[in-house]
Write a protein that binds this ligand. Structure first.
Ligand SMILES: *Cc1c(COP(=O)(O)O)cnc(C)c1O
Ligand code: SF4
Length: 336
């Protein structure tokens, strides 16, 4: 049982072991957080459509005994997920029609997105991919060469985005191999990695990983995903420092989420804490309208007000761009 969970011991384990020990049921998580599941509107049916998965490193930053904790709300399956909202659907960003090869998404000029794996280290309840048929569309090892060939045939592409799922869940060898293959594509300038692992499973950021990234002949850019300053604990700070000290540019994207970060002071604290750890705020996304996520929605008018309040408080470079995704559009839509 998790009352025997020894955090000090847990955090000395390697990332694969920590991942294997992530919370995967409501009872264990609630017990660890000193919450009774009766206090909470949890839902077993919500788990059936999208499993619960919470690494201990992330759970350790949730305030014990607080049913309204902003980190808990991101990961706890609740009854609200079963509510039907009229304009919410299973593929709100139109990813399925634009999938050219299996696991390759080419929607925007000059940038191609590889879905390297369908899995993540954490299951965020608001995720737009929660209903995405991963098994059919991930870039399996066999399809990797087809992806590379696609890049070779499209000389207008200057950046490949490794995404998922979480691309840093690939093991070191496979990642190194993939980077080496990408390095053979001469017109490619950058490899961008979209990952939440530095935030939710910071043990993943090892010297070995850093070596694979710094050996790349193309520039490596990492975009992390963090929604609240409380997610940035000492383990995360160390992981970000390791990445920064190797010269990798770090950006952050957040999702605007009701009950998590829909206040200007929360967003300002997040920007400040990111920047003090070498991460530049990039995007604040309006929620993609995926089935099961309607209770997280913050209206666009309120989002605009929040950004305006941030502009009155912070230097311009700490105010993220407010964006939304429009199915079929040629870029993200800047709202403000
Ligand atoms: C978001 C996204 C990108 C990257 O867009 P940027 O505005 O460059 O960050 C590229 N391809 C797809 C399919 C995307 O969804
Ligand atoms: S880490 Fe990103 S892709 Fe994975 S569940 Fe969370 S929001 Fe979705």
């Amino acid at each position: 049982m998790f009352d025997q969970l020894n955090e000090t011991v847990h955090f000395t384990k390697n990332w694969q072991q920590q991942l294997a020990e992530a919370f995967n049921n409501i009872e264990d998580l609630c017990h660890y957080l000193q919450l009774s599941s009766e206090q909470l509107p949890t839902s077993v049916n919500a788990v059936k459509s999208f499993p619960i998965k919470v690494p201990v490193s992330f759970a350790a930053s949730i305030e014990k005994g607080n049913p309204n904790d902003p980190l808990l709300r991101q990961v706890l399956p609740i009854k609200d997920e079963l509510t039907i909202y009229p304009d919410f659907s299973d593929d709100p960003v139109g990813d399925l029609p634009s999938s050219t090869h299996t696991g390759v998404l080419h929607k925007y000029h000059g940038r191609v997105l590889f879905i390297n794996t369908g899995i993540c280290a954490i299951n965020c309840r608001y995720c737009f991919r929660r209903n995405f048929p991963y098994a059919d569309s991930q870039l399996s090892k066999q399809h990797e060469n087809a992806g590379i060939q696609y890049l070779n045939e499209h000389t207008e592409v200057s950046e490949v985005i490794l995404s998922g799922g979480d691309p840093l869940l690939l093991n070191d060898e496979r990642l190194k191999n993939l980077i080496q293959k990408l390095n053979t594509v001469k017109h490619l300038k950058r490899i961008r990695i979209h990952t939440r692992l530095p935030i939710v499973l910071p043990a993943r950021i090892t010297e070995k990983l850093i070596t694979s990234l710094t050996e790349s002949t193309q520039q490596v850019v990492i975009v992390v995903h963090c929604n609240h300053a409380n997610e940035i604990n000492t383990r995360v700070i160390n992981a970000l420092a390791l990445l920064r000290s190797s010269g990798i540019n770090l950006f952050n994207q957040s999702v605007l989420l009701k009950g998590v970060n829909e206040h200007a002071n929360i967003l300002c604290d997040l920007s400040e804490k990111l920047f003090s750890n070498g991460v530049i705020p990039y995007y604040l996304h309006l929620l993609d309208k995926a089935t099961g996520t309607g209770h997280f929605e913050v209206p666009e008018t309120i989002a605009v007000e929040l950004i305006k309040q941030m502009q009155l408080t912070l230097p311009g470079y700490l105010v993220p761009k407010l964006v939304k995704e429009l199915a079929g559009a040629l870029s993200k839509q800047t709202v403000l």
